[in-house]
Structure formats: structure tokens, C-alpha cells
Design a protein around this ligand. Structure first.
Ligand code: FUB
Length: 321
């Protein structure tokens, strides 16, 4: 049986858990952390993942089942290495696994693979999604069936290198008083394999309407976006990276602008923090990871989950672990 706030599995390291309810069960799509021989640095070279496993639980009280390897980088024609945080979606009989990886030039792109089953195995498309870049795809299918991909991550995720629409290796990071980088969003076509139009940057402001600044490291976007809808409002949650928090912002529209609200999860053990939010049987759950099982080794993380509570006015209560 899965125990709350304990690693969901201990036979392998798992990170960046994206949870969904498919066919009445909880399905989890995490990264698969492994050992590496290379350097550890701000570029994230230590996150040298090569494949994905899919997991499921009949309900939050049930054991977490490993369905095995569902996609390996060797089977992705366009990718070279670093299979980072994935997500999954369902539309009209097909399950889609969205995943970032470096292409043959070392540039992070986002690919998609398909399966008839939520537990895979998945078959990757020949090329990455046209106009995709950076990392951490999170795909949200709205009640009207329109699907949006949120993505982007700073530093190793290369988001700051795409500010002029082309990859610029030498691009410098914004200064602290400039408006912060936002995550990007692109609506997907009905085939879920391509963008309907070019993705756009999302703006996040404070409650007075001022853009969050690049130096506001407690609140500004860093990586790991997630979108969920609660009582008709769109909740964009994300990692603040250097300050290691999961925070959120709210909008009336899926593409924003979003207004910053507060903290969902305070720092956990390890540099990275990454999450997803899902409703199951009228309760809400936060899936997240930390590095407790490996004794704090940043690139060997374990997925966990806990219940998420809302205040009556829709604010999310900061999780106490
Ligand atoms: O797992 C590799 C990277 O670490 C993810 O893409 C980020 O969100 C961070 O969790």
C-alpha cells in the first residue's frame, strides 16, 4: 500500500511526477532518475535520464504498480539524451506521452509518443513537436476539449536562450529589475501532435498588476509548470527554482495573465522541486518529489503524494508535510 509522504516506490528513483486519472485509476508519469558519470552543475548534466516508466494506483490507498519501461531514448529518432520531466494526456482513444530531451545538437525540444493504453508502451513520433523548445511540458485538456501545453525552464532548461524566437547559446540572463521570464503556452491541434499557432509567453503579475520581476526569486517562474482548474478558475503552479518552492497564480483564462497567490509547498530535501495536482474521487492530491530516499542526492529523487486542501475562497492551503 502507498503511504502518504513516503516514496511511492523504492526499487528505482523517480522524479517530476505528473499524475492523471485515466480509466478510473491514478496514473503517474515521472522521470526515471539514474546514476551518471558526468559533472554536476547548474546546467543539470547530472540529470542523465534515459527512459520512462509508467505507474498506477487503483486509488490513493492502493499499492503503486510499476508498468515497466515504456519509452527509451534509443527509440526516439530525434533525441540524444536527458529524458526530463514528462506529462501525459488522453484524447479520442489515444494516450499521449509528452517529454523533453536534447536533440542531436544539444538543444532541448519537446517530443510526443502515443499508445492505445495509459500504461504504454509508447511509440515516439519521428521528430519533435514543431516550434517546441525548452523543458517540462504540462498538457491540460479543458472542459471544452481544447488542449494547451505549458512548458519552459531556466538554466539547464534553456528558456532564457529563446527570447528572440531562435536559440541563442550566448544569451545572458535578465537583470533582477526586469520582468521575469514566464512559462510558455501553446494550444495543441486536435491531433495533439502539433501546435495550433506559435506558443506565447505567459505573464504573471502581483495583485496590483505589476509584473513579477526576475530578481523576485521567491515568486517568479523558474520551471515545472502545472495547470488545473478549480471552481472555474485556472491555477498555474510552478517551481521557483533557486528558492525551491512550489507556488501558484490564478486567472480566469487558460493563457493568463495570471495573478500570483502564494506557496503550495515549501522546500523539500534536494535542489529541485516539481509537482502535479489531480482530483480523484472529489479529493485533491499533490504529487511531488524529494531526495530523502537517496540521502539527499539531487539527481536521485523519489515521487511522493499528499492531500491538497482549499480554503472556501479558493486559496490553496500551504501543504504541511
Ligand atoms: O528532472 C530534471 C529536471 O529537474 C526537471 O525537468 C525539472 O523540473 C527538475 O525537476
Amino acid at each position: 500500500m502507498a503511504t502518504k509522504n513516503e516514496p511511492l516506490v523504492t526499487h528505482i528513483y523517480t522524479a517530476d511526477p505528473s499524475a492523471h486519472v485515466f480509466e478510473g485509476k491514478l496514473y503517474i508519469y515521472p522521470s526515471h532518475d539514474i546514476d551518471h558519470d558526468g559533472p554536476t552543475n547548474d546546467n543539470g548534466d547530472q540529470y542523465a535520464m534515459e527512459d520512462y516508466h509508467v505507474f498506477s494506483m487503483d486509488d490513493p490507498e492502493s499499492p503503486c504498480v510499476d508498468h515497466g519501461e515504456v519509452l527509451h531514448v534509443r527509440d526516439v529518432a530525434w533525441a540524444s539524451e536527458q529524458m526530463w520531466a514528462p506529462d501525459a494526456a488522453y484524447r479520442q482513444g489515444t494516450y499521449y506521452l509528452f517529454f523533453p530531451a536534447r536533440d542531436k545538437e544539444g538543444i532541448f525540444r519537446i517530443g510526443v509518443a502515443t499508445s492505445a493504453l495509459p500504461a504504454g508502451p509508447f511509440k515516439a513520433e519521428e521528430n519533435y513537436i514543431k516550434d517546441s523548445f525548452s523543458i517540462d511540458p504540462a498538457v491540460f485538456v479543458d472542459e471544452d476539449e481544447r488542449a494547451y501545453m505549458y512548458f519552459g525552464g531556466l538554466w539547464g532548461g534553456q528558456l532564457e536562450k529563446w527570447q528572440d524566437g531562435v536559440f541563442q547559446q550566448e544569451a545572458v540572463e535578465k537583470s533582477p529589475e526586469e520582468p521575469a521570464y514566464g512559462p510558455w503556452v501553446g494550444e495543441l491541434n486536435e491531433d495533439m501532435l502539433s501546435f495550433k499557432s506559435a506558443p506565447q509567453e505567459i505573464f504573471i503579475t502581483d495583485k496590483e498588476g505589476n509584473p513579477l520581476l526576475a530578481g523576485d526569486e521567491d515568486r517568479r517562474y523558474f520551471e515545472g509548470p502545472w495547470m488545473h482548474k478549480y471552481q472555474g478558475k485556472y491555477y498555474l503552479s510552478y517551481s521557483t527554482g533557486t528558492t525551491h518552492k512550489i507556488v501558484y497564480a490564478v486567472s480566469d483564462k487558460p493563457c493568463g495573465p495570471f495573478v500570483y497567490q502564494g506557496t503550495i509547498l515549501n522546500p523539500v530535501l534536494g535542489w529541485t522541486t516539481h509537482h502535479s495536482i489531480v482530483e480523484f474521487n472529489e479529493k485533491w492530491y499533490l504529487f511531488y518529489h524529494d531526495a530523502s530516499l537517496s540521502g539527499g542526492v539531487d539527481h536521485k529523487r523519489s515521487m511522493k503524494f499528499t492531500e491538497l486542501q482549499y480554503e472556501e475562497d479558493g486559496r490553496i492551503r500551504t501543504v504541511v508535510l
